[in-house]
Design a protein around this ligand. Structure first.
Ligand code: G3I
Length: 302
């Protein structure tokens, strides 16, 4: 196959991309995005500050621009993200305790009902664990409502849209030996044992010199899959875009039957949240980088 999406589809997987609504009017950008990818994540437009800027007043204008573009072009959509300590609107930042807990529940219900039956996977909870060696939860206004906030979010989400796969999504959880990875593993294992509804784990996979790719990522994916959840690579970018590393990540997904697919976090380097790292698959002029070819070849070989 000659595109990433079609090549991934040979094994029943998708190859996705993060889309920014205000870039869809750039024809180079839109042409590549439409040609190469068969899954879409909104880079910012489905986040809490975008979808509920005032309490109880939902705004899906930019989210729907991305959703409609994706569906009109035959792509599935990953929803990102419903409960997160970051990119909260100011009204939510100032809440705590039971008021915040209720606001989180109301937010999940409001967004998921708008997209009911239309989203393949939702990142229900994003980035709830601390970095470093503690293995602790990240301190946040949500965590301070009680550490059961994560399972409350998942139970709310299941009731709101039973057809969506419900994911927990995080970064620095790709290396099996890291404390953060092990803490996430213990949570997912506990959720499965107690019947908390969780279907998938998203590994963001923002690789750089401080948090480099390690070949034990495949072990991580296998260990989580063995708990009975699907896994996905949800925000892939690699500082310097080493073709070898890109191919290794794709091969790790292909090696795990429960790996649903790979999403890269942007189209061209200039579209990246860290563009100076030139971490993506396309140059600024829209041409394919060596990493692109390495990924396509890995998908076609797998
Ligand atoms: O839209 C406003 C614009 O009106 C304003 O003038 C401008 C001035 O700063 O900011 C614009 O918003 C920015 C937004 O990106 C859109 O470009 C925000 O400041 C900026 O913080 C925001 O950054 C996003 C970041 O999440 C926020 O946490 C990045 O685009 C986005 O790529 C990044 O994505 C996250 C994932 O959601 C979760 N995992 C990590 C990943 C990378 O940080």
């Amino acid at each position: 196959e000659s595109t990433l999406g079609a090549a991934a589809a040979q094994s029943g997987r998708y190859f996705g991309v993060a889309i920014a609504a205000n870039r869809l009017s750039d024809s180079t950008y839109a042409t590549i995005a439409n040609r190469e990818f068969n899954s879409v994540t909104a880079e910012n437009e489905m986040k809490i500050d975008a979808t509920e800027p005032q309490r109880g007043q939902f705004n899906f204008q930019n989210a729907d621009r991305i959703y409609n573009w994706a569906v009109q072009n035959g792509k599935e959509v990953r929803g990102h993200t419903l409960a997160w300590h970051s990119q909260q609107p100011s009204w939510m930042q100032s809440l705590g305790g039971s008021a915040l807990r209720q606001a989180m529940i109301d937010h999940i219900n409001g967004v998921m009902s708008h997209y009911k039956g239309k989203i393949a996977q939702w990142d229900v909870v994003n980035e709830a664990f601390a970095d470093g060696s503690s293995g602790a939860r990240r301190d946040s206004n949500l965590e301070r409502t009680g550490s059961d906030w994560i399972e409350v979010a998942f139970r709310t989400a299941r009731a709101a849209d039973p057809s969506a796969k419900l994911c927990y999504n995080d970064y620095n959880v790709e290396n099996w030996t890291w404390a953060k990875t092990q803490a996430m593993y213990r949570m997912v294992k506990d959720f499965k044992q107690r019947g908390v509804p969780i279907d998938c784990v998203g590994f963001q996979s923002h690789f750089n010199s401080g948090s480099p790719y390690n070949s034990n990522f495949r072990t991580t994916l296998q260990e989580f899959a063995a708990l009975g959840v699907d896994v996905a690579i949800t925000e892939l970018d690699i500082q310097g875009a080493s073709p070898t590393t890109y191919a290794a990540v794709v091969n790790d997904c292909l090696a795990v039957s429960r790996c649903l697919g790979v999403t890269v976090w942007g189209v061209r380097d200039m579209d990246s949240w860290r563009s100076s790292d030139t971490p993506l698959l396309f140059n600024n002029d829209g041409s394919k980088k060596q990493a692109y070819t390495a990924v396509l070849n890995a998908l076609n070989a797998g």
